[in-house]
Write a protein that binds this ligand. Structure first.
Ligand code: ZN
Length: 141
């Protein structure tokens, strides 16, 4: 191979150029390592059962908070639904949800509308779906 700095011929896999003393291999392997790490951090797929469990947990928390504070539980629920719909809208447009095969929500606004209309179903579904997209496990449309 050729040294990118001095253009002299050096052995394949060399870490340091013998002609100009530039470090070669380290930089590329560090970049590769960083790439592997950055892809690894987002490979967690939340299984659907865990997403449903999280949804039920949130509803329980709302119920108990409402009971202990005297705040109306449907008001609390409405706040949670609106906040998660806004989050899902931003998230769906960031990961470009319309590029992926889905039987439920094909566009970003479908996700937001689904969250607002049928939160209890769409919220756990979207948690699962977006984690699949982030992990690169979702099928492209
Ligand atoms: Zn060199």
């Amino acid at each position: 191979m050729e040294c990118p700095f001095c253009k002299e011929t050096i052995k394949d896999g060399a870490i340091k150029c013998k002609h100009c003393g530039s470090m070669l291999g380290i930089s590329t392997s560090a970049v590769q390592f960083e790439y592997v790490q950055s892809t690894k951090t987002s490979t967690a797929i939340f299984p659907l059962w865990a997403c449903i469990a999280a949804t039920i947990f949130i509803i329980f928390v709302i119920f108990f908070v409402a009971r202990d504070t005297g705040v109306n539980s449907s008001n609390l629920m409405t706040i949670v639904v609106i906040i998660s719909a806004i989050w899902a809208g931003f998230d769906a447009s960031k990961i470009n949800v319309s590029q992926y095969k889905s039987s439920v929500c094909k566009e970003t606004w479908h996700v937001v509308a689904g969250m607002l209309l049928l939160w209890i179903v769409v919220f756990p579904w979207y948690l699962n779906f977006s984690s699949k997209i982030k992990a690169g496990a979702a099928m492209r449309a």
